[in-house]
Design a protein around this ligand. Structure first.
Ligand SMILES: [Zn+2]
Length: 221
């Protein structure tokens, strides 16, 4: 005989064996309800009464049963809400990320910009101060840019590292671009999101692998 059957047997006997038609010694319904719901702490005497008074025990069990049922319903509602949230999340993800954005949207968020580095002397080493002062800075809008770069005359085709630095020369953006000869100009296209950066003077640094950095002053507007 397992413990569950023993418990059930005792429970049934308690419900059967102690009829108390006059309800002698019974707590009032509020107290009994409170004890059943564990709002009121049960004394040893009250516990003894409830387990030795069939009508009280019946009420006690009925309230416990009802509470259990409510808890099951609550858990089911929570589980359903959770499942609904997962489905909703998946739908939002699909709408926002996974679904390919229509072409018109790309056009509206990406701004085309050009930086022509050909007429500029890049700043190298000790000449940095002098050339910075002499060259008017390049200007870029603080937007998501598709930036076409025209490299200075004599630049090689190939992989270039590109960095945008702030006034304290901290790196804000890093990217690798491929420069190729197009209409006799070495040209590269970079996708740069400048929308979250602060306005003001910045430095654009470009380097072909193995070569030294060339820097250009750029003002973000
Ligand atoms: Zn009673």
């Amino acid at each position: 005989m397992n413990i569950e059957r023993v418990r059930k047997e005792l429970q049934e006997s308690a419900l059967r064996e102690f009829p108390n038609p006059e309800r002698i010694g019974c707590p009032d319904s509020e107290t009994l309800g409170g004890m059943s719901r564990r709002i009121i702490q049960m004394t040893q005497a009250q516990l003894h009464h409830i387990t030795h008074c069939s009508p009280c025990f019946q009420t006690f069990l009925a309230i416990r049963q009802e509470m259990h049922q409510r808890r099951v319903v609550r858990i089911r509602i929570a589980a359903a809400a959770c499942a609904a949230a997962i489905v909703l999340g998946a739908v939002i993800y699909w709408i926002g990320v996974a679904r390919p954005a229509p072409a018109v949207q790309i056009a509206s968020v990406t701004t085309l910009a050009t930086l022509d580095l050909r007429p500029l002397t890049e700043n190298r080493g000790v000449e940095r101060e002098r050339t910075n002062a002499a060259t008017p800075p390049l200007i870029l809008p603080r937007k998501h840019l598709r930036l076409t770069l025209y490299f200075p005359v004599g630049s090689d085709e190939g992989q270039y590292a590109l960095q945008l630095l702030d006034g304290q020369l901290r790196t804000l953006l890093k990217q690798h671009v491929t420069a190729t000869l197009q209409d006799h100009v070495v040209t590269a296209v970079a996708e740069l999101d400048l929308s979250s950066l602060s306005p003001g003077l910045h430095t654009l640094a470009i380097r072909k692998s193995g070569d030294e950095w060339r820097t250009y002053s750029v003002v973000l507007q």
